[in-house]
Design a protein around this ligand. Structure first.
Ligand SMILES: [Zn+2]
Ligand SMILES: [Zn+2]
Length: 258
């Protein structure tokens, strides 16, 4: 299996997971033009994309989903609640796109991949993050959640590779320029993971098994790569061969999960 990212953060997200000839994109928060340019940078052929999986309806995750699905003729997988939330938007035109509903906790097959949607606490209608298994290895994508639940620990505890949200440093958020309401939202139970919470998950994981840990969805205002990496070191994971930080501009390059 291998994974890559087109970009990660509040301005847009898209992650690629590939096993054999199955290539799925998790979310597409970029315009068509941006998406195609970023795919080209990764050397990924858009025509090889098998499906798009959506985690939730926030703009940084769905902006490009329908135009891309329509252009490539690929299906979109999303939860019932995410579909409902999107259907209530005026500009959400599903004509010509095949939508499949996923159910939290119920595994589905997309080509060579078994995909498990994992429900997470986030301020969206029915947000799901995903774990991918190709019978040999498993890879987790886990961003946009306010709390690490025991269910999340169970679902992601034995990943061979993990894309993990480290949204903010608690002190930077508290001291920063955000209005109080936004500070409460981001830092709340239904908001985004701070570095320390992400570290708490990592302490619960089988770290020997983890080939890649990619710190993701970092806030450009309330975090730095150094803060996020320091939190991982505190959690006992500081092997820089296996640890990296995804960026808004570049995401992260293809990583092989052997
Ligand atoms: Zn997001
Ligand atoms: Zn979100």
């Amino acid at each position: 299996m291998k994974i890559a990212s087109l970009g990660s953060g509040s301005k847009g997200n898209a992650t690629l997971v590939q096993s054999d000839d199955t290539l799925v994109m998790v979310d597409c928060g970029f315009s068509m033009r941006e998406t195609l340019a970023r795919l080209a940078r990764l050397g990924a052929d858009p025509a090889e994309i098998t499906a798009i999986l959506v985690t939730h309806e926030h703009g940084d995750h769905v902006r490009g989903v329908l135009p891309l699905a329509r252009r490539l003729g690929v299906p979109v997988y999303l939860s019932h609640g995410t579909g409902r939330a999107l259907a209530e938007r005026e500009r959400f035109d599903t004509r010509g796109v095949v939508l499949h509903e996923v159910r939290p906790g119920r595994a589905l097959t997309v080509g060579a991949l078994t995909v498990t949607p994992v429900p997470v606490p986030h301020d969206a209608r029915e947000p799901c993050q995903y774990v991918f298994d190709d019978q040999r290895r498993n890879v987790g994508v886990l961003t946009d959640l306010g709390t690490i639940t025991s269910h999340v620990v169970q679902a992601y505890g034995a990943c061979d590779a993990l894309v993990l949200e480290c949204n903010h440093d608690r002190d930077m958020l508290a001291m920063g320029h955000y209005p109080m309401s936004l500070k409460r939202r981001v830092g709340g139970q239904w908001g985004h993971l701070n570095n320390r919470q992400a570290g708490e998950l990592v302490t619960e994981m089988d770290q020997g098994r983890l080939q890649h840990l990619v710190l993701s969805h970092l806030s450009e205002d309330n975090n730095t790569p150094e803060h996020a990496l320091a939190a991982m070191a505190e959690a006992g994971f500081d092997d820089m061969q296996r640890l990296r930080v995804a960026s808004q501009g570049d995401g992260f390059p293809w990583l092989l999960v052997e």
